[in-house]
Each structure stands twice: as C-alpha cells, then as structure tokens.
Design a protein around this ligand. Structure first.
Ligand code: TMP
Length: 218
C-alpha cells in the first residue's frame, strides 16, 4: 500500500548531514500553504513527544547497532500512528524530514547493520497486512539531496556542536551516501534526486520544478 490511498500527500526528504534540505522543506511548506493546503511539517527521528524523547537518546547516547535500529523504528511507529497517518487521512500534505530511507542509509550503509533485519523491521512498522512486503506505508515522493560527503563535511565544519552522527568521519558518510544511492536505484520512481552541490537558489529551482512536474504546485 502506498499513501496514494489516503487523501493526503506523503513526501519525505533525505540526504547526508550537511546536504541542506531544511531551508527547502520550509519553503515547500510555505508554497503548499499559499495554495491553500494544510501542511504537517515533521521530522524523524521525532515528531511526537515519545519519538522526540527517543531522538534525544539515539542522537546522543552510545548504543549497539541493533538498539539504534530498534529505537529508530520505535520512534517511526509512534510517529506514523500518532501524526503521519491521521494527517494523511485528513488530507494534509505531510512533509517529513527523513523517513525509512535514512535508516537503510545510516544504520544499513553507515553502520553496516544487516539490511535484511532492517527490511523485517520496516515490514513490522510500516506493513499493513502481516508480512506482505508489497503493502508498506511509504512516501509518494522522496526528495534526495545528493551531496558529496567531502562537501558536506566542509559545510558542517564549525556550524554547531555536532551530534553522534554529525561527528562521524567522512568515510561513514560515504557509506551513508552509498546507502541512499542503493535505495534510489531500487526504487527510482519514488525518488527525485537533486544535485545539492549547486547554489541554494539553483537547488530550490530544481526542487520546485519536481513539485510543479508532479502537478502539486502549479
Ligand atoms: P537530522 O539532524 O537531519 O534531523 O537527522 C537526525 C540524525 O539522525 C541524522 O544524522 C540522521 C540520523 N538518522 C538515522 O541515523 N537513522 C534514521 O532512521 C533517521 C530518521 C535519522
């Protein structure tokens, strides 16, 4: 099942830390509101009181890779059932800063955690009919801000106190970027790949053009 079965629109945004997605997500929220659409602007891990508590833990505390993956999916489950699905049922445009592709990229790619286990967790958390992997709640569109890890590291340097992930070496982000690329190759129709190495205004033009081409912001 995709969210096309709900009146709302589910869109996620992905990329390695430093790829610069936040400004554009805010601009898209404003553009949808200007068209009269109700917008739910949210993020992962987070988006509910419980999931924000889990976010603080997972971004700051040391833990083994399975615990990290379980907490990401626990936060996602709460977020889906308390925020995302009700918003889609109301007809909102849900703009979600990261979703499950981030788990495959960071925990799968970055940490090297078993992707078959992540797949099982994805089915448990997003599945709608037992273990039928074809019936998953997934974004209708995932905007992937693709940026070279070296460039992201330059942008992040000195920007703020880094969290557990932001303080990882560039090799970690190379594996994360490869993880995103694998998701993109596996499901090219769900993804819009944006060259995030351009100027901010050029990136915005590309992002906006994707939404216009979909007929969502004409
Ligand atoms: P943010 O800083 O973009 O809000 O993302 C929080 C961090 O959490 C970011 O470094 C990516 C990481 N993350 C994961 O490792 N796995 C996940 O499933 C999600 C959603 C985020």
């Amino acid at each position: 099942m995709t969210t096309a079965q709900w009146p709302g629109l589910f869109i996620s945004f992905e990329g390695i830390d430093g790829a610069g997605k936040s400004t554009h997500i805010g601009a898209l929220a404003a553009a949808f509101k200007a068209k009269g659409r109700a917008v739910t602007l949210t993020r992962e891990p987070g988006g509910t009181p419980l999931a924000e508590t889990l976010r603080t833990l997972v971004l700051n505390d040391a833990m083994d890779p399975l615990t990290e993956a379980l907490l990401m999916f626990a936060a996602r489950r709460d977020h889906l059932s308390c925020v995302i699905l009700p918003a889609l049922a109301r007809g909102d445009v849900v703009l979600c800063d990261r979703f499950t592709d981030a788990t495959f990229a960071y925990q799968g790619g970055g940490r090297g955690f078993d992707e078959a286990v992540l797949k099982q967790l994805e089915i448990m958390v997003q599945g709608t009919a037992g273990l039928d992997a074809t019936l998953l709640v997934q974004p209708e569109l995932t905007v992937w801000f693709d940026l070279a890890p070296e460039e992201a590291a330059k942008r992040l340097a000195g920007a703020r106190v880094p969290d557990k992930f932001e303080s990882q070496p560039v090799e970690f982000f190379r594996r994360v970027a490869d993880g995103y690329a694998r998701r993109f190759i596996a499901e090219p129709r769900r993804f819009a790949r944006i060259d995030a190495g351009q100027t901010q205004s050029a990136v915005w033009q590309d992002v906006h053009a994707v939404f216009v081409a979909k007929g969502w912001l004409v």
